[in-house]
Design a protein around this ligand. Structure first.
Ligand code: ADP
Ligand code: MG
Length: 248
């Protein structure tokens, strides 16, 4: 028998109204562990608001958000981070004056692991982890570069790295390729395909070419509710999706 606690994330009957306008309207959304889910939909569909609700930045008017069986809607934002939800915003929040390595290091959780007072062991673990994450986010040749000097795309990757180094149980990315060059978009798709299956990730994106490259299961949001859900082929051939979104 399956129950909601089998899901990594179970969003049920979720509603948020802003002065009577329902940005999320009785939404049900379920995600499995280690799933890469892409959420698409027209402007104003409620995509960013959904992430705001999951990470606790916005509190719902009604409904529930269970993450690994635990109710999140009553928790403050920092507690939701502790529960393992990492969220990347549309504009990168990196430290421009620090190097890539330093940005990753300051994001590494303090006092983690079994090393205790063995500071040198921790340093070693930190160096290895920094190296590993830098290579995942395509910055292993830029570890000593000042972050402010990176390209726009590299800054986005660095921020993804700063989240990954915290080993979140759920990573949420809101329009990660906005403003990227074609080459950077392609590399970002590769990066996400590399993470797929190893991490649980929600990606919000507009660019359908990009969605096709990374899309496994796709959720189409419209007016705060799910319009369609399924693999790329199913969603793309759904007449309602074509009418409200893809046809434009
Ligand atoms: P999307 O990310 O899909 O483009 P959003 O989630 O940003 O859409 O917005 C959904 C709707 O909710 C929009 O109409 C937006 O204006 C409204 N909205 C979002 N946040 C707020 C807020 N804090 N106060 C009032 N309205 C909001
Ligand atoms: Mg948005």
């Amino acid at each position: 028998m399956s129950s909601n606690s089998d899901f990594l994330l179970a969003v049920e009957d979720l509603t948020v109204s802003f002065d009577g306008f329902k940005a999320i309207d009785n939404l049900n959304f379920y995600m499995d562990n280690k799933e890469l889910r892409v959420v698409i939909g027209p402007n104003g569909a409620g995509k960013t608001t959904l992430l705001d609700l999951i990470c606790g930045k916005t509190k719902p008017t009604a409904g529930s958000i269970k993450f690994r069986g635990k109710e999140l809607t009553q928790l403050p934002e920092h507690r939701i981070v502790w529960e393992g939800v990492g969220r990347k915003f549309q504009t990168p929040s990196i430290y421009d004056s620090l190097t890539v390595r330093e940005n990753l290091e300051v994001s590494y959780p303090k006092g983690r692991g079994v090393w205790g007072a063995l500071a040198f062991k921790r340093d070693e673990a930190l160096r290895e982890k920094t190296q590993e994450i830098a290579s995942v986010v395509l910055l292993d040749n830029s570890l000593n570069t000042q972050a402010g000097l990176l390209s726009h795309g590299q800054k986005q990757w660095l921020e993804i790295g700063m989240l990954l180094i915290q080993d979140p149980a759920l990573l949420m990315l809101d329009e990660p390729i906005a403003g990227m060059s074609a080459k950077e978009r392609e590399l970002t798709a590769e990066l996400l395909n590399h993470l797929a299956g190893k991490h649980s990730i929600i990606v919000i994106e507009h660019d359908m070419n990009f969605v096709k490259q990374i899309g496994r299961k796709v959720t189409v949001l419209h007016q705060g509710a799910i319009l369609a859900e399924g693999d790329m082929d199913k969603v793309q051939s759904d007449q309602r999706v074509i009418d409200v979104y893809l046809g434009h």
